[in-house]
Write a protein that binds this ligand. Structure first.
Ligand code: ADP
Ligand code: ZN
Ligand code: ZN
Length: 811
């Protein structure tokens, strides 16, 4: 093979590879990381294919291998290709998620003044050049990027070029320092045979070198001992030095693992006897795993949707499946949403497979991530648990992928390319590796459930909680009635009494506030009416600066009415409240209660989630006030009451997912109560109790919700009836931003007309929900189509545009 197709790390690279010649003495294979020249610079690249014939006439040569071992396995190369096509992302970006943490490095250019400049050259300098040279002489060697940053606005490149030509400065290229590397720790070991060392001990003693004798004896006995341990035991540097000089011991640098689970310990637990419902679900998965590992496998990729109410024993099923996969010689990846938030989950997995579980998530230090990645690739773990990006872990012999809480929107990458959904990636990865996928949730994503309905996924149900534990009773309180009866507090009478009762009984209370979307919509406090766009049927967003309401889908705009159009009340402008405000109100109403607040503001540190949770679990507080985070899979046995301050918030978020999210979060919050032996109770306060998302959540009725929401989606033509693509353009200049968005819209329309795609529509352009981010204006276009990729594949997408395929949010 003489040529390689290489995906290069460059913003100019597009979703394609470039052909490079392989130098005669270099062995290059698919998946290998290389340095290649690209334009004027040297960049990192990944080999996607090798061939005998060049794809183009002129090729440049690969400069160097970054690592002799391929960075990507063949199926990861395939996965990267698929990601690039599916999410319209550059190939290198698509593969980058699979590379070791801290892998990406640049080649830096350094400028340095020569030590003895020629007089003639110096004499020929103009003022600008002289000024630059003086600066360089003061600073010495500097990196070009840094230099440009320091000397903003000046034409650095030009002046440097002139100085280079006059031979007054030199230019060198160096590789950026590695961001992470293996952690090495000094150890002391014997430099001579053990017998010989033992003979030396009495000799040293005899010479009154007691400390040396003692240390030598210790090393002779223990083999290797770390230098820090030797210091801790009180041996001085001179003692170590003396033994070294006598040639009796030597220092060795040993690689140690940075272990994210080091601060925790686990006892091995054994599985409980499965309930009949669990047994039935488990039977199907077990058979499927067996067939997958046998030669007769022909059934395509098994994807199970495990729909089970909170506390129905889903996690137990995952554990069984993992056990089975391991028994069959395969390994697994388990995805959980934002892993730092569920230390209990990690604990449960680690306890079942002690020492065989790796954890990957973004809160680990880069060093910890790097070490875990290397060990995973070496096959050190049976199970990798992680958040979204752990789906790219280099787990060998993959046989099973589990996604817990599969409906969670954190599984979608929204920030950077590739904007993938971990569920989609997991299923593709399973196809490539002949693995099985288990998706678990109490409130499956509507689209997943639809897949199960049409038979693409296999539906498994766990309709009951374990051990006769009942789902808590949910009471909905109509806050409009409270107001009518003269109660202006944020607590309904019912919630107030229930809190009092729980506190008296020494039980715990959770007060939940759905903060997403607070203060973004305008609601009538008397009748609950929310203003919606007549065209898009999503709620209008309040903009305080203009005191107006705007539709973020079609840019319809209207002033805030003074009077409610529905009931003529004047109390139309009622915006949300925050956790801070609730904490104050709680402190006023229940001065004896010990409060704990759990929201983004108080959970910045690495382990503070665990600390807060531990404090609440050990009953250091009576009331926990929190947002979304408290809704996630926690087991809190003393909690008997969950109060939802305003169940409607979120419902009026201007997005087609808002009902679904509200239903999911309320169902989850309701699932927090009554997990232990005590019976639980949930009170939801609402201004629109008749809304189906709230009513269904209160009844724990997924099917009722699904039917209504499905009909709504059909009527709106939103997924799963169509697929969406969101195009966002940003620019520092508001007018140019809008103009480019309009131009793009026309291009798209024309393309759709010329191809005759009546089922494809273009919505917008409209200002994005967050109109300005870091000084850049943002406009967006939505494409709604059975397959947005057909049209997007035809249109060149200029720099500045961000394309999100199957966005989970349009705002
Ligand atoms: P889910 O993941 O659906 O919320 P879990 O798997 O966490 O449910 O189960 C809820 C509780 O019931 C946990 O404390 C778990 O240990 C326990 N449990 C699960 N399966 C069984 C079983 N078959 N027998 C006894 N206890 C079980
Ligand atoms: Zn009203
Ligand atoms: Zn609209």
């Amino acid at each position: 093979m003489n040529y390689a197709e290489v995906a290069v790390s460059s913003p100019l690279a597009q979703p394609r590879t470039f052909c490079y010649a392989i130098p005669p003495d270099m062995f290059v294979s698919v998946g290998q990381a290389v340095w290649v020249p690209f334009g004027p610079r040297m960049v990192q690249g990944l080999v996607f294919a090798v061939s005998d014939e060049p794809a183009v006439e002129e090729t440049r040569e690969i400069a160097e291998l970054i690592d002799p071992r391929p960075m990507l396995s063949p199926h990861q190369v395939e996965l990267a290709r698929w990601l690039s096509e599916r999410y319209l992302s550059p190939l290198f970006d698509a593969a980058a998620s699979m590379l070791p943490p801290g892998f990406e490095r640049r080649v830096l250019t350094f400028i340095e003044p020569v030590s003895s400049p020629s007089e003639a050259a110096l004499a020929s300098l103009n003022a600008k050049q002289r000024e630059m040279l003086l600066l360089l002489q003061r600073w010495g060697k500097v990196e070009l990027g840094q230099l440009k940053k320091k000397l903003k606005r000046e034409r650095v490149d030009l002046v440097i070029d002139q100085l280079l030509r006059k031979g007054l400065v030199t230019k060198t290229k160096e590789l950026e320092r590695a961001k992470v590397s293996p952690k090495l720790v000094p150890y002391l070991g014997l430099a001579v045979a053990a017998e010989r060392a033992r003979q030396e001990i009495p000799v040293l003693d005899h010479r009154r070198a007691y400390q040396q004798a003692k240390l030598l004896a210790l090393i002779a006995e223990s083999g290797l001992i770390s230098l820090s341990e030797v210091r801790r035991l009180g041996f001085s540097t001179s003692v170590v030095q003396a033994l070294k000089e006598k040639g009796l011991i030597a220092v060795e640098q040993l690689r140690v693992q940075r272990d994210p689970l080091a601060h925790r310990s686990f006892e091995k637990t054994s599985p409980p006897k499965l309930t009949p419902a669990q047994e039935a679900a488990w039977h199907e998965i077990r058979e499927s795993l067996r067939r997958l590992s046998s030669a007769e496998h022909r059934d395509g990729t098994p994807v199970f949707l495990l729909h089970g109410v909170t506390g129905s024993g889903k996690t137990e099923i995952y554990l069984c499946a993992l056990d089975q996969a391991i028994a069959l010689g395969r390994r697994a990846i388990v995805l959980v949403p934002e892993i730092a938030l569920t230390p209990q989950t990690i604990g449960r997995f680690s306890a079942r497979f002690p020492g065989r579980v790796a954890v990957l998530h973004s809160k680990l230090s880069l060093g910890e991530q790097f070490d875990e990645w290397q060990r995973i690739r070496d096959g050190a773990f049976d199970v990798v648990i992680g958040s979204r990006s752990a789906v790219f872990a280099p787990q060998p012999d993959l046989g099973l992928i589990v996604i817990d809480e599969e409906h969670e929107w954190t599984y979608k990458q929204q920030e950077q390319s590739p904007r993938y959904h971990a569920r989609e990636v997991a299923i593709k990865l399973a196809q490539l590796t002949r693995s099985a996928v288990i998706l678990g949730s109490a409130t499956p994503d509507l689209e997943s459930y639809h897949q199960a309905q049409i038979g693409d996924y296999r539906l498994l149900q766990l309709p009951e909680r374990i051990a006769q534990a009942k789902l808590p009773k949910v009471e909905i309180v109509d806050m409009r009635q409270e107001l009518k009866q003269g109660n202006r507090s944020i607590f309904s009478r019912s919630l107030f009494q229930a809190i009092t009762k729980a506190l008296t009984a020494g039980e715990q209370v959770i007060l939940f506030l759905n903060r997403r979307g607070t203060a973004s919509f305008v609601q009538c406090r008397d009748c609950g009416f929310v203003l919606r766009c007549r065209r898009c049927d999503i709620s209008l967003t309040y903009h305080g600066t203009q005191d107006s309401l705007i539709c973020h889908q079609c840019s319809y705009k209207m002033p805030v009415p003074r009077i409610c159009p529905s009931c003529f009340s004047r109390r139309i402008k009622f915006l949300g409240i925050g956790t801070q405000r609730i904490a104050e109100e709680v402190a006023k109403a229940f001065p004896q209660a010990r409060l704990l607040r759990w929201d983004r503001d108080v959970t910045r540190g690495k382990y503070s989630h665990e600390e807060i949770l531990d404090r609440f679990l050990s009953h250091d507080a009576d009331i926990l006030i929190g947002t979304q985070m408290i809704a996630k899979g926690l087991d809190l046995p003393l909690v008997t009451l969950v109060g939802v301050i305003n169940a409607d918030i979120g419902l009026y978020f201007p997005d087609f997912h808002s009902s679904e999210r509200t239903f999911q979060i309320l169902t989850q919050v309701a699932g927090r109560a009554g997990r232990g032996i005590l019976e639980g109770r949930v009170i939801m306060q609402s201004y629109s109790p008749e809304h189906y998302a709230i009513a269904a959540a209160a009844e724990h009725d997924y099917h009722a919700f699904y039917e209504r929401e499905f009909a709504f989606r059909r009527q709106q033509g939103t997924p799963p009836f169509n697929r969406l693509a969101r195009l966002v353009y940003s620019h520092t200049n508001a007018t140019l931003c809008q103009r480019e968005a309009e131009r793009m819209q026309q291009v798209l329309r024309a393309e759709i007309d010329s191809w005759g795609l009546p089922e494809t529509s273009v919505i917008g352009p409209a200002p994005a929900y967050t109109q300005r981010v870091r000084g850049r204006y943002r406009w967006q276009i939505i494409i709604r189509s059975p397959d947005p990729l057909t049209i997007l594949g035809q249109v060149p997408i200029p720099q500045g545009w961000v394309v999100d395929i199957d966005p989970i949010s349009l705002i």
